[in-house]
Design a protein around this ligand. Structure first.
Ligand SMILES: NC(=O)c1ccc[n+]([C@@H]2O[C@H](COP(=O)([O-])OP(=O)(O)OC[C@H]3O[C@@H](n4cnc5c(N)ncnc54)[C@H](OP(=O)(O)O)[C@@H]3O)[C@@H](O)[C@H]2O)c1
Length: 258
């Protein structure tokens, strides 16, 4: 039986990954801060699918947490066949006026924890000549986004980082995929304090289950990148390459201003 480690598994896309992978007979290691939610999910999945589920309730923005996650899996002699770096959040606002600590925590979660966990598990996958890594980015990775400046930059980092690793690791039989969902029905917009006027403008919203299905299909195909969403989502990812940068930025600034 294979084992998947999923960060941000207590809700949204991460929880949908856990449910789908348990149904596919994966054992799971679930990471997030909300211990009760993780334990409840673990109980449900164990009962329904007879899989083994371990829970690590930790804040991945805190120094040393990624070591604790890694040490836990080593001590339990768990082989991580699939690493899903999914935990992440955004923070809407004019950068100069945002809370500095929250911006730094965003970088710690969206970038540092993801790089660190990848760096811990990838060498073990290389030794075994097998394993897969899914890093959850966003369509925000395809262009700078005024009022989501750190978030979009963090997701661009995840996209470039993951695509480079895809190229480096194919020859070892390891799959690395960056998943770039468009707007998805989760707690993301509430967590990011998105103004309701903007959140309501968002159409063609995917379900977390659709994101998971499309992502796992792309992993199966061996793709480096998958964009998930409706026509407008796919259009956004293409347009940035054709429109002059300042024109694009002016348009986006108007579109994303509250
Ligand atoms: N929803 C969208 O429209 C959308 C679109 C594109 C990309 N994404 C990306 O998809 C990923 C999943 O987000 P989501 O939409 O499912 O949002 P969500 O419903 O807010 O879920 C975020 C998950 O991350 C966990 N998390 C947050 N901070 C954490 C921390 N400090 N340490 C450990 N875990 C933490 C949360 O659990 P706890 O609160 O229990 O810690 C939760 O399980 C994110 O990387 C996001 O950027 C989302």
């Amino acid at each position: 039986m294979s084992t998947a480690l999923i960060t941000g598994a207590s809700g949204g896309i991460g929880k949908a990954f856990a449910e789908e992978l348990a149904a596919q007979n994966y054992n799971l290691v679930l990471v997030a801060r909300s211990e009760n939610k993780l334990n409840e999910l673990a109980k449900q999945l164990q009962q329904k699918f007879q899989v083994k589920v371990d829970v690590i309730a930790k804040d991945l923005t805190e120094i040393g947490t990624t070591n604790a996650v890694f040490d836990f899996t080593i001590q339990k002699e768990l082989t991580i066949d699939l690493l899903i770096n999914n935990a992440g959040f955004g923070d809407y606002g004019d950068f100069a006026e945002t809370d500095e600590e929250r911006q730094i925590k965003m970088i710690q979660l969206n970038i540092l924890a993801l790089v660190d966990l990848t760096h811990k598990y990838l060498p073990l996958m290389r030794e075994r000549r097998s394993g897969s890594i899914i890093n959850v980015s966003s369509i925000a990775a395809f262009q700078p986004m005024p009022y989501l400046s750190v978030y979009s930059a963090s997701k661009a980092f995840v996209r470039n980082f993951s695509q480079a690793l895809w190229a480096e690791n194919r020859k070892y039989g390891i799959r690395v995929l960056v998943s770039c969902p468009g707007p998805t029905e989760t707690e993301f917009f509430t967590e990011a304090k998105f103004p309701p006027t903007l959140a309501n403008k968002t159409n063609q919203i995917s379900t977390p289950e659709e994101v998971v299905q499309e992502t796992l299909k792309a992993l199966e195909r061996g793709d480096s990148t998958v964009v998930i969403g409706g026509l407008s989502t796919h259009f956004i990812t293409k347009v940035a390459g054709f429109v002059p940068r300042e024109t694009l930025l002016n348009l986006l600034e108007k579109q994303f201003k509250a």
